[in-house]
Each structure stands twice: as structure tokens, then as C-alpha cells.
Design a protein around this ligand. Structure first.
Ligand SMILES: [Zn+2]
Length: 271
């Protein structure tokens, strides 16, 4: 776990997203939950030393951000689209998946259930907890339902998977042009530290690199479409996914992610 400021902590070492939390004068606000129950138990023990959990904010609709919501107290907050995604997740399948990525937790999964957000937003929601404010801002990109969590008192923003810190980006549900716009909006926030959804903690400088990467993805697939390539030809030709390593624990998925990213952009850009 890294202490990022006086009151902000994050973990970049779990398999799954980078969860974080903020300690306020009136309890803890969590941003995302670990993917594996064994990590959630560790995380819960750490957090309990800082106070009761008041809120859990899920930054997006992918399972690596919400799987262990039920292990934590507090009101769950997310974009309306993330609530819908959680409610429509097939629980049986998710339990099988968790058992696979976290064999130690198998026995404890008997009573597993999903915990969906009970407070949602579509544009922006501000939470005031203790002396802190949390601006939860809709920023479509990696999916249509991403939110950034900006904490002005700490000059920190949790970006969701709109930023991948020097690791391969997943574009399977991307809105590529909205993504570029959202990266521009992140740049305008007065923050010293950015906690990406995956990969290394970074700062504003990295946003240009991230935008450049998304632009290069768009250009590469656009060029393939213009040349009249079929999706399969594009998938066999474009190698832009090799620029960054896969996140630890997902190495075997490199080709799958690359092909998936190209398929999504091909579909969006061709239409
Ligand atoms: Zn994601």
C-alpha cells in the first residue's frame, strides 16, 4: 500500500484494479474494491484501523472494480450505468471466475452476492464527508460509464480506467473520442497525483502520453479501415498493443486484449 498524501492511500499491487481510500474526519471513503476476496480481507483489515467505511465509490462497470463490494460497509455510489451492469452480472459465472483467480477463497464463496450501488449519478455528484469533498464526475471513455473521483483538498484524482499507468490499455467498450475529451478534462483538474485504474501512480504529465496512445490506436485502426482491410486483416496487422507490458497477472491475455481492442475500434470507427 502507498500513502500518497496526508489522507489518501492506494494499492497498485493487487491483481485487478488499483483500489484506494481517503481518511476523513468522519470515516473512510473507498474508491473501488479489490477483485479477489483474499485481497479484500487484507484491505478491510488495513482500512479498519482508519475508521468506519462511509462510502464505496465504484469508478466503472467492470468486475475487477466491484466484485468485493459486499465485503465492505458504507453506501455504494456509482454511475447509473455501472449499477445496471452490476445488477445484470450473472452471479454463478462470477463466482466460478473468482474461484479460478482466487482459489483460497473458494470455501468462503458459498454466500456470495453482488452489492449494487444505491446512490447513482449520470453527470456529477458531490459528497461531503468530514472536511473533505469528493467530486464524482462522469467521464466516458474506457466505457460509457466511467467516473473520476476528484478530492480537491488532497489534490488527488482517481481516474478510473481512463488512465492505464504504463500498462496495456483495454478498449473493449471504448468510446475513443469521448475518451480523448475526458483526458483533456482530467488535465484541467487541479491535482498533483493521479491514481489510474491500473498500473503506476502518475501525475498530469502522463495524461499527454495516455492521450497520444489512444490517438495512435484510433489512427492505426482508421488507417486499416481506409485501406479496406477486413477486421481480421486489421487484427493481424496492427501491433500497437506491444507498446506497454500487460499488467502483472494478465500476461497470457496480451494477444486476446490486442485483438479485442482492435475489434472494438473497428466497429466504432467503421460506422
Ligand atoms: Zn475496466
Amino acid at each position: 500500500m502507498q500513502k500518497l498524501t496526508e489522507n489518501v492511500y492506494a494499492e497498485v499491487g493487487f491483481v485487478g484494479c488499483n483500489p484506494g481510500f481517503v481518511v476523513t474526519a468522519d470515516g473512510v471513503v473507498m474508491i473501488d474494491t479489490p477483485q479477489r476476496p483474499s485481497d479484500a480481507r487484507k484491505w478491510k483489515e488495513i482500512i479498519s484501523k482508519f475508521g468506519p467505511v462511509r462510502y464505496v465509490i465504484n469508478t466503472e462497470p467492470h468486475r475487477d472494480h466491484f466484485t468485493t463490494n459486499m465485503y465492505f460497509d458504507g453506501v455504494v455510489v456509482a454511475h447509473e450505468g455501472t449499477r445496471e451492469a452490476i445488477l445484470s452480472t450473472p452471479v454463478r459465472q462470477l463466482v466460478d471466475y473468482i474461484g479460478m483467480i482466487d482459489p483460497d477463497s473458494k470455501e468462503s464463496l458459498a454466500g456470495y452476492s453482488l452489492r449494487a450501488p444505491t446512490v447513482t449519478l449520470t453527470q456529477q455528484l458531490n459528497l461531503y464527508v468530514g472536511k473533505h469533498s469528493f467530486q464524482i464526475i462522469h467521464m466516458p471513455g474506457h466505457t460509457p460509464y466511467q467516473v473520476a473521483v476528484y478530492i480537491p483538498q488532497e489534490k488527488v484524482v482517481f481516474t478510473s480506467d481512463n488512465v492505464f499507468g504504463k500498462v496495456q490499455a483495454w478498449l473493449q467498450q471504448a468510446l475513443p473520442y469521448d475518451w480523448l475529451e475526458s483526458l483533456g478534462r482530467l488535465k484541467q483538474l487541479d491535482a498533483d497525483i493521479l491514481v489510474p485504474g491500473h498500473g503506476e501512480i502518475c501525475s498530469h504529465q502522463y495524461l499527454d502520453e495516455m492521450s497520444g496512445y489512444i490517438k495512435d490506436w484510433i489512427d492505426a485502426v482508421n488507417a486499416a479501415v481506409k485501406k479496406g482491410m477486413s477486421l481480421e486483416e486489421a487484427q493481424n496487422t496492427i501491433t500497437i498493443g506491444d507498446r506497454y507490458p500487460m499488467e502483472v497477472g494478465t500476461e497470457s491475455l496480451a494477444q486476446v486484449v490486442q485483438r479485442m481492442n482492435i475489434a472494438r475500434l473497428y466497429q466504432v470507427l467503421k460506422s
